[in-house]
Design a protein around this ligand. Structure first.
Ligand code: HEM
Length: 388
């Protein structure tokens, strides 16, 4: 693989045309597996994500890792049970009730930078909003926020990128696990109106979530919900800066913001690919994927498939086909999609209601990205703006 993380799209286009289902024998997954299939076209990506019988989510090694039992890396029947249990605590009502908190959190962050006329979008806004929302949703006490944020930022990383390496990663995971166990005990004695208490209460035909499942789910929420939403918010603001006429349109017509968010999800997918493992030999795009082979299904590429999206490389607010694959497809479809959409909507609405003329602080500098192929992830986005 040899492509730019800030602009992988020409590589996707080339591969979609020439090698739409391609075996890369040198590909190294962070957990050590060597070799993987790359799948680039929309319908093939959808097939891989949807067909769990042929393309399993149980690709993670069964090591001493709390996350190896988590919902996103399990297949039915266990997946169905977990999903039913957690969905009950993740209803539209729960999300709707979070609206005032998200507004409060965002306002506080915008107030901090308002008089300065500048901020780093990623550091000052896009990172703290999702972390604070999850902390509040789970019921992490306010005074533990810094500790929680510290563990969160480690746990969402690739273990090899953490200070102290894999050991540092697992140490943070253990500390956080212990912290949650204590919180679970407190909530059992004294239930509150938070997600932990909800998850402790949920019950499916007499079955409750075990402590291990509860823990895996709390940590999953961090991993699945934080960096992804951060990427969405940063990519949105960056794209609006690249396109001042769109920025102007959104000031005037904030009701278009939800459409803009869907188009950002398509245009710069926060998660660029998802893994699966073949359960048997399967034909896809004229190739035979062998049982046990790892697959990267590139949503970032599927969303730019010209046979599905007209002028796919154009950010288009008038697009009517918004069927991007950025939240997945099928049984694992993102459980947090309504929350991510709500967070992005509130952040952009409040931003545009207070600030205008967002511009890059230094146009001569290249966009600073996190160097990971998995995500479209802007590391730092210094901007200047005026108050409205
Ligand atoms: C823009 C933000 C987000 C993006 C792009 C995103 C993307 C995804 C994708 C692609 C999947 C499917 C994984 C697969 O098929 O293997 C997924 C699953 C999941 N997401 Fe999200 N996500 C986002 C935000 C969130 C948030 C905010 C939460 C929760 C707080 C969340 C929780 C989950 C969970 C629990 C799953 C696993 C569902 C299952 O396995 O049944 N996500 N997400």
């Amino acid at each position: 693989m040899n492509h730019s993380v800030s602009n992988p799209f020409p590589w996707y286009k080339k591969m979609s045309a020439e090698n739409p289902v391609y075996y890369d024998k040198d590909y190294m997954h962070y957990f050590g597996a060597k070799g993987a299939w790359h799948v680039f076209r929309y319908h093939d990506v959808q097939t891989v994500l949807y067909d769990w019988e042929n393309f399993s989510s149980e690709y993670a090694p069964k090591v001493d890792n709390i996350l190896s039992a988590a919902i996103q890396v399990t297949d039915p029947p266990r997946h169905k049970q977990l999903r039913l249990l957690v969905s009950k605590a993740f209803t539209p009502n729960v999300i709707e009730n979070m609206k005032p908190w998200i507004q409060e959190i965002t306002k506080e962050l915008l107030d901090k930078v308002a008089d300065k006329g500048e901020m780093d979008v990623t550091v000052d806004l896009a990172v703290p909003v999702p972390i604070q929302v999850i902390a509040k949703m789970l019921g992490v006490p306010y005074e533990d926020r810094d500790k929680f944020k510290f563990w969160s930022t480690i746990i969402v990383k690739n273990p090899t990128e953490v200070e102290g390496g894999v050991n540092g990663y697992f140490q943070a995971q253990q500390e956080m696990a212990q912290y949650f166990m204590n919180l679970f005990e407190e909530r059992l004695k004294d239930p509150k109106d938070d997600l932990i208490s909800h998850l402790q209460r949920v019950d499916l035909e007499g079955e409750k979530l075990s402590e291990q499942d509860l823990l895996a789910f709390c940590i999953t929420l961090l991993v699945a919900g934080n960096e992804t939403t951060t990427n969405l918010i940063s990519a949105a603001i960056y794209t609006f800066i690249e396109n001042p006429e769109i920025q102007e349109h959104l000031y005037q017509y904030p009701e278009v913001i939800p459409t803009a968010i869907e188009e950002i999800l398509r245009y710069r997918a926060p998660v660029q690919y998802i893994n699966r493992i073949a359960t048997k030999d399967v034909e896809l795009g004229g190739q035979t994927i062998k049982k046990g082979d790892l697959i990267n299904a590139w949503m970032g590429s599927a969303n730019r498939d010209a046979s599905v999206f007209e002028n796919p490389d154009t950010f288009d607010l008038n697009r009517t086909n918004l069927k991007h694959t950025s939240f997945g497809h099928g049984i694992h479809f993102c459980l947090g999609a309504p929350l991510a959409r709500l967070e992005a909507k509130i952040v952009l609405e409040l931003l545009f209601s207070q600030f205008k003329q967002l511009e890059l602080k230094d146009t001569s500098k290249e966009l600073e990205m996190n160097e990971i192929n998995l995500m479209f992830s802007i590391k730092s986005l210094p901007i200047v703006f005026k108050k409205r």
